[in-house]
Design a protein around this ligand. Sequence first.
Ligand SMILES: CC(C)(COP(=O)(O)OP(=O)(O)OC[C@H]1O[C@@H](n2cnc3c(N)ncnc32)[C@H](O)[C@@H]1OP(=O)(O)O)[C@@H](O)C(=O)NCCC(=O)NCCS
Length: 307
Amino acid sequence: MDVGSRGAERRPQEYLEGRGHVVVVIDCADLERSAAFWTAMLGYVRDGEPASPYQSLVPADGVGVELLLQRVPDGKETKNRLHLDLRTRDLVGEVARARSLGARPVDEQPIVEGGWTWHVLADPDGNEFCVIEPAPSYWDRPWQHPRVRRLAPSDWELLRRLRLEALQESPAAFGSTFEREVAFDEALWRSRLETSAYFVAETATEAIGMACAVRLVDPDSDSPPTMELVSMWVAPQHRRFGAGARLVAAVLDHARAEGEPLVGLWVAGGNEAAESFYRAAGFERRGEEENLPGVPDRCGVRMTIAL
Ligand SMILES: CC(C)(COP(=O)(O)OP(=O)(O)OC[C@H]1O[C@@H](n2cnc3c(N)ncnc32)[C@H](O)[C@@H]1OP(=O)(O)O)[C@@H](O)C(=O)NCCC(=O)NCCS
């Protein structure tokens, strides 16, 4: 793939508020061999053909630091004074992957310091780099967390995309289907956004989850409308990193701001992961399984939280 030819989709790593771009240059003897290793190791792609003696590599999604491979006549002699760190949650897996791609271990035993553990490896040219598993607290830093924001009616295409992805990925979790909602038109998505509060969780590059607060009236009872948490979903590869909890917090903040005394929800029978998730967020189960309102032949449990 040639990101260079996709121009507008490339977002280089800026420094000093756009004064320029940071590029890491790596010396090598063989552009092809080095490009094969680093593209596979990092999921980068070649940015066009080599312009001898250079080959540019960029992230496949276009966002981030360019690596520029530079063919040099001299071989590697002493230890690098600058190297790449690949920070991972899976040290053993990443080291094995690097070795299978042609990296050579510089040490056999990992180095451990202050809760961080790493291996030094060398790329096919002997350039050292580290595969490093930071202390668990590293992953809790605020910049790791996705940002949660409320969608406006103009965001209807994003809502449509996320919702359809959720219905396809977790069909048993929701009281609707992909086949039903894929037929909805723009006006319907916009009206959903006008009448309910939809929140999305976004990383720097993509939307990864959603939740909705909607006020529902039960036509079969005289009780007042309740605020319901619905459409809760986080993309599988982003689960267990707190995105769901942040979305629930946004829904509860919204309900409090609206003066709601309680938020309720339904969990489809057998969705124990979701039930544990809601319990961790403070919801309590109310009673045994019963028919899901408005969804014939499906059972579930009612959970609520008092605000
Ligand atoms: C349920 C769901 C939204 C959770 O999102 P998430 O981003 O993974 O949740 P979080 O990382 O914020 O989890 C917060 C806590 O909830 C609990 N939890 C979350 N997922 C859990 C699971 N699969 N099993 C047990 N507990 C779980 C844990 O206590 C977790 O804290 P921990 O990771 O520190 O142990 C996500 O799994 C999902 O989208 N599932 C498919 C769709 C679905 O079932 N939606 C609910 C419809 S009612």
